[in-house]
Design a protein around this ligand. Sequence first.
Ligand code: ZN
Length: 165
Amino acid sequence: MFFEKFRSFLHVEFEELYQEVILDHSRRPRNFGEMPDADVHVHANNPMCGDDVTVHLKLDADGGLDSVHFSGNGCSICMASASMMTQKLKKKSRAESMELMHKFHEMLTAEQEPASDTRLGDLQLLKGVRKFPLRVKCATLAWHALQEALDKPGQHGATLSIEDE
Ligand code: ZN
């Protein structure tokens, strides 16, 4: 069976990918749910996998992230990544958020695996995703939504949407 072969082939990597912390976030996502009074909502979907999430942001006076929520449905990697993102970026300034976003993206997509960066904390557990190019989109979906909101300041009250091809 395909699955059996696939499983033995990639067993080690999958073990690494689905660590307990990741599973816990995917089963019990943090900061999960609609946020009716959010300043910005950004909807994003990944048709390759079926992930479909909306990131809800409350911004502070300087454009920093006062709070971050997300809602929707996705695979374990998508849900875990979004959940960890909301925890990590809460109360971060705009500049700090941009930097963490960049570091996270680099960890998953840079040709050379970057050295570990403790500022990413638990998000580093998602590093194994870089070995599965199709799953990288799952892991970065919520981040792309967040980036869309930060790239377009002054969108208070807006609902944005991105199509992740
Ligand atoms: Zn996915």
